[in-house]
Design a protein around this ligand. Structure first.
Ligand SMILES: [Zn+2]
Ligand SMILES: [Zn+2]
Length: 253
């Protein structure tokens, strides 16, 4: 782990109808999460990418009623991870429902509290664990679809995704959800310049921790018909070569 990036920042990403944005803020502490799973975003990039010391990855998805994760999006996420991660012991996804927390808006503090209450899988032995929370409301910034806030934790604002996809003239639900999942995972894997050192400079100077290639999964896009076009075609954007090289150099494949 890269203890030096212990500085308190976290990433927040959104892919609203035509908006992809991320910001940095300071996390508050959370209750019951062990220290191995309570580190800065990107600090477990190497551990997630390489086969040692963890040869398997356990992904736990907890969702609120009515917002069960899309099966195709889960498969796409798994395939994305199998492409870049050395996990000879496998990449496993488990899904379970949690109670409706009864809010229409969830703050970072709410999200961290829910994780503390409902997360059951933690990094132990030769297995690294990732937690993905699906909530039935919006983020405090209503255009945000997903946030990655710790080394192995992300939250998906599933109601916002449902409200903006899958309808007539809207992007495919599966594609939007898969794109958000993969983009957020990209941050956990250290992209861009946050745990997986850049092999070639490609960080977007105006949008830290994002790629400067407008065709890349890790691009920060605002009001772009390119992104909308990708999603209409049900094609999740791929990582470009610069991002792939960063993952390779940090233990990925
Ligand atoms: Zn982002
Ligand atoms: Zn890139």
């Amino acid at each position: 782990m890269n203890g030096h990036i212990r500085t308190a920042w976290w990433i927040l990403c959104s892919m609203g109808m035509m908006l992809l944005s991320c910001h940095k803020e300071s996390p508050s502490t959370s209750g019951n999460i062990p220290s191995a799973n309570h580190q800065a975003v990107g600090s477990s990039a190497h551990d997630l990418l390489s086969d040692t010391p963890y040869d398997s990855l356990q992904i736990e998805i907890a969702y609120m009623p009515g917002y069960q994760p899309d099966n195709q999006a889960q498969q796409q996420l798994q395939s994305f991870l199998q492409t870049y991660l050395h996990k000879s012991g496998g990449i496993h996804i488990t899904v379970h429902q949690i109670p409706d927390a009864g809010k229409s808006t969830y703050s970072l503090q709410d999200v961290m509290q829910l994780e503390s209450s409902y997360r059951t899988q933690f990094t132990t032995g030769n297995q690294i664990a990732v937690f993905i929370l699906y909530v039935n409301g919006q983020y405090t910034d209503p255009q945000v679809l997903g946030i990655t806030y710790l080394n192995t934790s992300m939250c998906i604002f599933a109601k916002t995704i449902h409200d903006n996809s899958g309808g007539i003239g809207q992007a495919s639900r599966s594609a939007v959800e898969a794109t958000v999942l993969e983009h957020e995972f990209g941050h956990m894997l250290g992209l861009v310049n946050t745990g997986s050192p850049m092999q070639t400079p490609h960080e977007d100077a105006s949008h830290p921790h994002h790629c400067n290639n407008s065709n890349c999964l890790m691009y920060y896009q605002t009001e772009t018909s390119d992104l909308f076009g990708f999603l209409i075609g049900s094609q999740v954007p791929s990582l470009d070569n610069n991002c792939v090289h960063d993952l390779e150099a940090n233990g990925g494949k």
